[in-house]
Design a protein around this ligand. Structure first.
Ligand SMILES: [Zn+2]
Length: 113
């Protein structure tokens, strides 16, 4: 199935197939639709679970200013993503539902307060 989607990174409208992901977070299972942007390749996730305030873990990409760090913001999924764009523009990598999912220990990432 192809849906119209607005890319959170390059701010273009694109059409893409989606992949449904099931994310287990403690005892709650969330679903996400992942849309791959046909312009920049960014994976846009549309959250379909219940929006509860929680700590989201954001990482930074290779070659970016804060590479090797992670940043925690508490709130809803889309709300915290907007805050990341306000704080860092598009100079960040991915949003994860936990520090475990982000591989904080595995990659030795440091918290950016
Ligand atoms: Zn894009």
């Amino acid at each position: 199935m192809t849906d119209a989607c607005f890319c959170a990174r390059c701010h273009k409208n694109f059409h893409s197939d989606y992949i449904v992901r099931y994310i287990s977070d403690d005892d709650v299972v969330y679903t996400e639709r992942d849309y791959i942007c046909t312009y920049c390749g960014y994976v846009n996730s549309v959250y379909e679970g219940e929006e509860e305030a929680k700590d989201w873990c954001f990482t930074f990409g290779f070659g970016q200013k804060h590479e090797g760090h992670y940043h925690i913001i508490r709130g809803g999924r889309e709300q915290t993503k907007k805050i990341m764009f306000e704080r860092f523009g598009n100079k960040w990598g991915f949003q994860y539902s936990s520090t475990e999912a982000a591989g904080v220990k595995r990659y030795g990432l440091k918290e950016l307060k």
